[in-house]
Design a binder for this molecule. Sequence first.
Ligand code: HEM
Length: 460
Amino acid sequence: EGARPIPGPKPYPVIGNLLDMPSGRMMQRLLELSKQYGPMFVLHAADGPRYIAFGLDMIDDLCDDTRFVKYVGAGQRELRKTQASAGLFTADSDDPLWKSAHDILLPAFSQRSIRAYVPLMVDIADQLLLKWERLNPGEAVDVTGDMTRLTLDTIALCGFGYRFNSFYRDTQHPFVAAMMGGLSESQARQRIPPAVVKIRRRAQRKLEADMRYMQDTVQMILDERRASGDPGEDLLGHMLVGKDKDGKVLPDENIVSQCITFLVAGHETTSGLLSFAISYLLKAPEVVARAQAEVDEVLGTDLGVAPTAAQIGKPTYTTQILEETLRLWPTAPAFSRQPLEDTTVGGYEFRAGTPIVAASIVLHRNTDVWGADAWEFNPDHFAVEAREGRPANAYKPFGSGVRACIGRQFALQEAILVLAMVLQRFELIDHANYQLKIKESLTLKPDGLTIQVKERAGRT
Ligand code: HEM
């Protein structure tokens, strides 16, 4: 910490700012605090200060890859402990395997490559639509639950050719149960002192068993794939044949970690995005009307014809809805950075290695950038004219630089496809007069969102 003090709520003796870090409400608290303190403030936690930055010039600093690198935070470190080999998301930036995996996977996630997944994405989207079509009048949809089924099934199918068939079961697939178990345990551990973690033997055994189950399952899929002689076109296929700059392939245990990482990093974020988008649409009939007009024009009214990659590339207003949703509720609401050398951020001095949180959720509500209605849902914030001249780092829902989200195009393609297909078929009915409530865990989601759907007239 430099000469000039960084503002923030007054810390109490012993507990510091603990009361300003409520578990399950942290991001909402940051939004409240940002109205009083900014563009950077500090919270004092038991293990040291947390610097929260959201001023535009500060984000510019933090996103400068020549001066800052990703800081793998406590939650991500816990996740990494469960992996035999670190996946892209949890690896340190100087981990040579991160670089190899990044180089091998980047082309696999390019706009061109992911077009090949459209039929697979449609396959899963059709399962969701069929489920919704078959509801009796008066039955409600658990939006977040169904979107999670959809995104999990999609990433497993496109990632390594595996079907969870979540729409066909009442209980989670054992793999999904193991993953959720592992995630919640590694989340819980952040709040438990290390000495206590050690004596929780049963929790430890369950975590190990869950992890082993996932790793063994993916390894089996990998072995079968290799034995078949056809690597395939999915992400696993790319990893089986891909070589890094030195001509080396990824070790099996790293490939396995990457597959599990895609599920973890890709499913909640995308399902949260789709759920938030629907929560906003419930309250914005004029936005729905515009989106439906666009979708009808691009996809037509014949429901028997599956959307193509070229069509998904087209709906621009639908894309704006999703971008606007990620502006207000970036489902991964922040990312952490650390300076490589002693430096300043927005005039404050920091030592090399100090973690600093780039709070995208706050950054995204800057009235200087988005105007007086920065806290309101308005997809026109992403109209072509509105984008012009906007600062490069004003919008960061996918993180930044080389450590930005590798699945970004994948997520957007999936979300556009699903939202367009939903709007093509259904009117969304706000049967319970939904009031947005945020559920914070690893990511953000709307809590308790249910809707009813009615098939639109004139579809065949
Ligand atoms: C990284 C957001 C979907 C895979 C990230 C990061 C963010 C993010 C903010 C940076 C994390 C950090 O700096 O600590 C999102 C959002 C998504 C989404 C908002 C959906 C709306 C996906 C999908 C996949 C994926 C679908 C996989 C198919 C990854 C991976 C990383 C990552 C592997 C780590 C990249 C690296 O460090 O090399 N994501 N993500 N994400 N995401 Fe996503």
